[in-house]
Design a protein around this ligand. Sequence first.
Ligand SMILES: Nc1ncnc2c1ncn2[C@@H]1O[C@H](COP(=O)(O)OP(=O)(O)O)[C@@H](O)[C@H]1O
Ligand SMILES: [Mg+2]
Length: 581
Amino acid sequence: MLRRFRPYLHYLRAVRGPLTGAVFCGLVYGAANGAGLPLMVKWVFPRVFSAGAVPLTAWALILVALWTPAVFLVRGIAGYLNSYLIQLAGVRVLEALRLDYFRKLQFLPLSFIARQTTGDLISRGLSDANQLQFTLTSVANDGLKQPASLIGSLAFLGWMAFHEKGVALVLVCMAVIPLCVFPIRYVGKKLLLRAQQIQGQLGSVTDRFSENLSAAKEVRAFGLEEHEVGRFAVESRRLITFQMKAAKYAQALTPAIEIISAVGISFTFLYAYREHVQLDSFLAILTALYTSYEPIKKLGALNNELKRGLGALDRLEVVLNEPLTITDPANPVAVGRLRGDVAFEQVTFAYKPGEPVLHGLSASIPAGTVCALVGPSGAGKTTFANLVPRFYEATEGRVAIDGHDVRSMRLADLRRNIAVVSQDPVLFNESIYNNLLLGRPDATREEVVTAAIDAHADEFIRTMPKGYETMVGERGALLSGGQKQRLALARAFLRNAPILILDEATSALDSQSEQFIQEALRKLVVGKTVLIIAHRFSTIRDASMILVFDRGQVVATGTHAELYAASPLYKSLYDRQHGAA
Ligand SMILES: Nc1ncnc2c1ncn2[C@@H]1O[C@H](COP(=O)(O)OP(=O)(O)O)[C@@H](O)[C@H]1O
Ligand SMILES: [Mg+2]
C-alpha cells in the first residue's frame, strides 16, 4: 500500500527542514511520554509514599518536586513544535500538490475537460489534495514517532522485567498487543471503500453548487428553486450517509483497542495478585503498558489515514495521470509567422470513438482568403474550426498550415499564429484593459485602444465611469452579450495573427454594429486568412470563398454567386433567411 504513495514522496523533499525538526521533536515527545511518565511512577511514588520511614534529602525533594513538571514541560514543548512544524510542512506540500494539479488542468486536452464536470474537478483539486497532504504528513510524522514511542515504552518494560523479576508479568500484558492488529486491519479495509465514496460524493455536491450557480437565471425563469433545493438535498444527504458509515468504523477502532488492552490489564491484575508483586513496580508497569497502547492506537488511526489518502490519491490520479495527448512534437519544425494556407486532407474526426462527426473531409483555404463556413447547425463547422488550433486532434487524415502538419509544430508556435473569437467568449474578472491586453501582453496602450476602436468597443467603453479600468465581473457577467463580443473581437484584433477564426463572433450584435464590424474587418483582414462562421448572409456574401457544410462533410465550395446557382442546400439556406427578412 505504501508503494502507491512513493511517487508523491518527492513533495516531502522540499520540506525536509521542518519535517526533520518535527520528527526530532516527535521523538523527544515520545521519549518524554513513553519513558518519562513510567519513570515518574517508578521513582517519585515510592519516595513520596514510603510511609515516612526515611526522610527525603533536600536533593531528593527537589527531584520529586521537579520531575513531574519537567516531564510535562519537555513533552508539551516538543509536542507543540512537532504539531506546528508538521502543519508547516503540510501546507507547503498541499501548495505544491494543488499547483501541480492546477497546472495539469491547463495542459489537458479540451476533450478531457469536456468529459468531466467542473464541480468534480474542483473538488479533486481542493478536498482530495487536502486529504492527500494530510495523509503524507501524518505518515511522515506518526510513521516514525509512534513506533519510536512504542519502542521506548517496550524498552522500559524490558528494563523493568529484567530488574524486578517481573518478566512473566510483562509478557502476560504484552501478549495481548498482537490482538490489536485484527481490528486495525478490519477497519482499514472498510474505510478504503468509504473514503472513496465520500470523496466522490463531495465531488457531486460541489457539482450541484457549480451547475446551479451557473444557471441562476434559468432557475428563476423556470421556477426551479425548490426543485434545485431538492436535488441538492439528495446529494447532501448521500454525503452525510457515507460520512456516517465511515465514522461507524473509524470510531470503533479506539474502543476496540482499549477493550483489548483492558483484557490485558485484567490478566496483569490476576497475575500480580498471585505473585505478590509490589504496588510501585506494578503501577510503573501499568503506566508503561498504557503508554505503549497509545502508539498502537495511533498507528491504527494512521492506517485509517492511509486508506483515506489512498481514496484521495485514486481521484487525483484521474487527472494527474491522464496522458497529455495534445503536446509538442519531439522534433518540432521551426516556424515563425505563418502565411496562413490552411489545408484539410481527408480529415475524419470523432468526439466519441466510433461516432465521427467529420467524414474524410478535404478543403484548401489559400493564405489571405476570407472563407465563410455555412451549413445547418450541427453540420460540423465549429468542429472544423477547432481542429486548426489543435484544440482537438484529427482522428484520421491531417490538418496542415503552410504545408506543415499542425502536429509537427510546437503548440505555442501554432497558437501564436491564430486568433480565435468563439460564440460565447469568456472574459476574465479583470479590468477591460487587462482583458484586451491578454490578446498580446506586450501591446502599447495605443494599440489596445486602436483594437477597441476597430471592434467598435471603444465607444461603449468610454461611456463607462471607469472607462478602460472598468471591471467586467466573473466571465464578463457585468457586460451585455454584444459588449462581450466586441471586447473579444478587439482582443483578437490586437493579437494580429495571420489566421483569424470567428465562430459566430458577431451573433450577439445588432445588424448595424455587425455591419460596422464588417467594414473594420475588411480593413483588418488584408493578407490574413479568416475562417468566419456566421448566420447572417450579409456577412457571408462578401467572403471570397464559402464552404457549405452538411452532416460532417463539405458538400460545395465557391463564391456566393456560384453556390447560389449550384448548391441546392446553400440556395435553400439563403432563401429561407431572405424570405424571413
Ligand atoms: N464536445 C463534444 N462532444 C461530443 N459531440 C460533440 C461535441 N461538440 C459537438 N459535438 C457534436 O458534433 C456535431 C457537430 O457539432 P458542431 O461542429 O458544433 O456543429 P456546428 O458548429 O456546425 O453547429 C454535432 O452533432 C454535435 O452534437
Ligand atoms: Mg457551431
